[in-house]
Ligand binder design. Structure first.
Ligand SMILES: Cc1ncc(C[n+]2csc(CCOP(=O)(O)OP(=O)(O)O)c2C)c(N)n1
Ligand SMILES: [Mg+2]
Length: 576
C-alpha cells in the first residue's frame, strides 16, 4: 500500500475505502489531515460555516442516502459547537461517525472530556488508541454506526494522529466486504429518540412463529384495523401494503415516515398532531392499531387520544426495548417490519377466504379519503390582511407552485405544522424531519444534507424567523454549493411558540418578540434571490423564480398572520 502514512491519513483513507462518501464539517488543525485523506480517497467534503450546521447536514444526508455519513470537527470547541446536531442524530439512531481531534493534554485550551460529552447525548464514544490498531478501530467505529444504527464519536488524539502506520496491504476481499457494509442501506430514518421505532433492514430480525400466529388472529378478528408505520418501516412499504390489502387495514405513518404510502387510496397520511380530521376520526375508530417500527409515542397518538378506548394495540419492532416503551400493548412482536409483514401475509388464509377485504375498504371510504384526506381540502377562513399572509394560504399556494419532486425539511416552532401538513411530498424520501431533540435552528442544514443526498429533487427548507436567524450562517453554504433550494421563512417577528405558550397567562412577552428584520435583504447579502410576501399576489415572485434559470437559491420571506397559536402547538403544550 505504498509509503508509510500517519494515523490521521490512515483513518481517513480507511473510511473512504470502506465506502464513506458524504463528509461534512469545519476544518481545523486537529481534523485537517483526516479530512484531506477522506477527500483524496474519493469522499466528498462539504464545508459548513458552523459545526452545528455540519452535524445536521451529515445527519440528514445519512437519513436520505441510507449510508453512513461522517462529520469532521476540530478538538474541543469544534465538537461542542456540533453537539446539538449530534444529539439529534444520536436520538434518531442515525448511523453517523463523528471524527474529532482530541487534546488529551489537560493543559491544552482545547481539552475537555469528549467521551463524557458524547455519552451525555447518547452517542457512542470510541477512540483511535495506537498506530497499530488505527485501521481496525476505524472499521469498528464504522461497523457500530452501521450495524447498531448509532452515532459514534471517534476521537483522534493529537499525539496518536501524528504517529506512523506501517504500510499494510489491505486484503481485497475484506475491503470489498467492508465497503458493502459501510455503503449499505440502513434506512437510517429516525423518529423521536424517545424510542420511536426502529427496525432497519440489513440482517432482518425474523419474528417468532407464535407471535406471527397471534398477530394473524388479531388481524383476522379485527373489523377496522389501522397500520401506523414509523421510521422502522420505511423499507417495508410493499410488504405492509400487501398485508393491508389482505386485511382491509388503512395506512398511516408517524411524522418521520411521512409520504410512505403516497399514492395508495388508503393512505391517511400522518397520525398525530398533524393528522387531518378525517385521519383522526378513522384512527380513533379503529378496533386494532398496529404500530410498525413506530413507538406510538405521545406525538404519534396525540397523547393517546387517537387510540380508541377499546382498540387493541400491537407493536412490531426490531428492538425489544421499544415495545411498550410509550404505551401498553396487547401484543409486541420483535421482528423486522418487512419480514414480519411477509410472514403474517403468508400465514393468512388465501385471499377470498375468511380474511378477505374488510368493510372498511368500501368505495365510499376511498371517496372520502380522496375528498378530505389532505389538509388543504379542509375549509378555513383566510385571515390574510394588514400586510400579513395567512400561513395556510401561503403554504397551499406554494404546494401548487413548487414541483412535486421535492424534498421538504422543517424546523421547529409554532409555524412547523403548516409546511408539514400543507406541502405534499412524493414519498417517504420527500420529507426529512430532524425533530427528535426538538431543537430550533436545524431546518436549513437538514435541507442542505437532504438536497445533497437527492440532487434530483427541489429542496424546500421551511423555517421560522427565529430558526432562520439562528442558522443564517449556512445561507452562504447553500449559495456556495449551488443548491437550487427554496427557503421559506414564516416570519411572525417573534418566538411565536413562546408568545402563544405564555401570552394567555398574562406574562410579559418582551423577551420573545423582535422588531421587523429584513430577511430578504439578509438572504440577498448571501447571494440568494429573495421575495417578500405580505399578500398572496406577491407569490408571483416565486413563480417567476421557478420559471427562471434557478441559478441562485430563493428565499421567500413571508410575513405571516400571528393572532393565535396553531392547533398542533396547543396540542404540544400538553406535553410540556
Ligand atoms: C435550540 C433551541 N432553543 C430554544 C428552543 C425553545 N423554542 C421552541 S420554539 C421557539 C421559537 C422559534 O421561533 P421561530 O423560529 O420564529 O418559530 P415560531 O415559533 O415563531 O413559528 C423557541 C425559542 C428550542 N426548542 N431549541
Ligand atoms: Mg417566529
Amino acid at each position: 500500500m505504498g509509503d508509510p502514512v500517519n494515523v490521521a491519513e490512515a483513518v481517513g483513507r480507511t473510511l473512504a475505502v470502506l465506502g464513506v462518501r458524504g463528509v461534512f464539517g469545519v476544518v481545523g488543525s486537529g481534523n485537517f489531515h483526516v479530512t484531506n485523506a477522506l477527500v483524496a480517497h474519493g469522499a466528498r467534503f462539504v464545508a459548513a460555516r458552523h459545526e452545528g450546521g455540519a452535524a445536521t447536514m451529515a445527519d440528514a444526508y445519512a437519513r436520505v442516502s441510507g449510508t453512513v455519513a461522517v462529520l469532521s470537527v476540530h478538538q474541543g470547541p469544534g465538537l461542542t459547537n456540533a453537539m446539538t446536531g449530534v444529539a439529534e442524530a444520536a436520538k434518531s439512531r442515525t448511523p453517523l461517525v463523528v471524527l474529532a481531534g482530541e487534546a488529551t493534554d489537560v493543559r491544552s485550551n482545547f481539552h475537555i472530556d469528549q467521551d463524557a460529552l458524547a455519552r451525555a447525548v447518547g452517542a457512542v464514544p470510541m477512540r483511535i488508541s495506537s498506530a497499530a490498531d488505527a485501521v481496525e478501530e476505524t472499521v469498528a467505529a464504522l461497523r457500530t454506526a452501521r450495524r447498531e444504527r448509532r452515532t459514534v464519536l471517534l476521537n483522534l488524539p493529537l499525539d496518536v494522529q501524528a504517529t506512523t502506520v506501517e504500510p499494510q496491504p489491505a486484503p481485497a476481499d475484506a475491503a470489498d466486504r467492508a465497503a458493502r457494509e459501510a455503503a449499505g442501506t440502513p434506512q437510517g430514518e429516525a423518529e423521536a429518540a424517545s424510542g420511536e421505532g426502529s427496525g432497519a433492514p440489513g440482517e432482518a430480525v425474523v419474528p417468532g412463529e407464535a407471535d406471527v400466529a397471534r398477530l394473524v388472529r388479531l388481524l383476522a378478528g379485527a373489523r377496522r384495523p389501522v397500520f401506523v408505520a414509523g421510521r422502522g418501516a420505511r423499507h417495508a412499504r410493499h410488504e405492509l401494503e400487501e398485508l393491508a390489502a389482505r386485511t382491509g387495514a388503512l395506512l398511516a405513518t408517524s411524522a418521520v415516515a411521512r409520504g410512505l404510502f403516497r399514492g395508495s387510496p388508503w393512505d391517511l397520511d400522518v397520525s398525530g398532531g398533524f393528522a387531518t380530521p378525517l385521519a383522526a376520526e378513522l384512527i380513533r375508530d379503529a378496533d386494532l392499531v398496529v404500530g410498525w417500527g413506530c413507538a406510538l409515542n405521545m406525538w404519534t397518538t396525540r397523547h393517546g387520544t387517537l387510540i380508541g378506548e377499546r382498540a387493541a394495540v400491537v407493536q412490531v419492532d426490531v428492538d425489544e426495548r421499544a415495545i411498550g416503551a410509550h404505551r401498553q400493548v396487547a401484543l409486541g412482536v420483535v421482528g423486522d417490519t418487512a419480514a414480519t409483514a411477509r410472514a403474517v401475509t403468508a400465514a393468512l388464509r388465501p385471499a377470498g377466504g375468511a380474511v378477505a377485504r374488510r368493510d372498511r375498504r368500501a368505495p365510499e371510504l376511498a371517496r372520502r379519503i380522496r375528498a378530505e384526506g389532505r389538509w388543504r381540502d379542509v375549509p378555513y377562513a383566510d385571515e390574510s390582511g394588514g400586510g400579513r399572509i395567512d400561513p395556510r394560504t401561503l403554504t397551499i399556494a406554494l404546494d401548487d407552485l413548487l414541483p412535486v419532486e421535492r424534498i421538504v425539511a422543517v424546523d421547529s416552532g409554532n409555524f412547523m405544522g403548516y409546511p408539514s401538513m400543507f406541502l405534499d411530498v412524493p414519498d417517504e424520501q420527500g420529507f426529512c424531519f430532524t425533530q427528535a431533540f426538538q431543537s430550533i435552528g436545524l431546518g436549513l442544514a437538514t435541507a442542505i444534507g437532504a438536497a445533497l443526498a437527492r440532487p434530483d429533487r427541489l429542496p424546500v427548507a421551511a423555517l421560522g424567523d427565529g430558526g432562520a436567524l439562528m442558522s443564517a450562517a449556512e445561507l452562504e453554504t447553500v449559495v456556495r454549493l449551488g443548491l437550487p433550494m427554496v427557503v421559506v421563512v414564516y416570519d411572525d417577528e417573534a418566538y411565536g411558540a413562546e408568545v402563544h405558550h405564555f401570552g394567555p397567562h398574562g406574562h410579559s412577552l418582551d423577551l420573545v418578540r423582535f422588531p421587523p428584520a429584513d430577511l430578504a435583504a439578509v438572504a440577498r447579502g448571501h447571494g440568494f434571490d429573495a421575495v417578500t410576501v405580505t399578500h398572496p399576489s406577491e407569490l408571483a415572485g416565486v413563480a417567476a423564480w421557478l420559471n427562471g434559470p434557478r441559478d441562485r437559491p430563493l428565499l421567500v420571506h413571508a410575513k405571516v398572520t400571528r393572532d393565535h397559536p396553531s392547533w398542533w402547538l396547543e396540542e404540544a403544550f400538553k406535553g410540556h
